[in-house]
Design a protein around this ligand. Structure first.
Ligand code: FES
Length: 111
């Protein structure tokens, strides 16, 4: 019997169709996006030190780790923060979870 997989469905803001990918427990949403060629900025390298990996978690958010004060501070500085905003590098997925996230438009300004 196979173990039910953890999947992340990425809804993209660049006009591309949504993509669903399997994630290993312990991976972050940022890891899974980058491993599958989905553009998501990560200026601090995934250490909760920026707000460029900002995403919206549309469903499954209750299975993610609690949001930290530091993450909340950076989300406040992100573009268009909403109640379901998270930083993708801080969203470590658990086993047997189905997540649906939206990647906001990515602006590549300078480097
Ligand atoms: S990559 Fe900087 S906070 Fe996630």
């Amino acid at each position: 019997m196979s173990v039910p997989a953890t999947t992340i469905t990425f809804q993209l803001s660049n006009g591309q169709p949504a993509q669903t990918h399997v994630a290993a427990p312990g991976e972050s949403v940022l890891d899974v996006a980058l491993n599958n060629g989905i553009q998501l900025q990560h200026n601090c390298g995934g250490v909760c030190g920026c707000s460029t990996c900002h995403i919206y978690v549309n469903s499954g958010g209750e299975h993610l780790p609690e949001i930290s004060d530091k993450e909340e501070d950076f989300i406040d500085r992100a573009e268009n923060p909403r109640i379901n905003s998270r930083l993708a590098c801080q969203c470590i997925v658990a086993a047997n979870t189905q997540l649906v996230v939206t990647i906001p438009p990515q602006h590549f300004l300078g480097h």
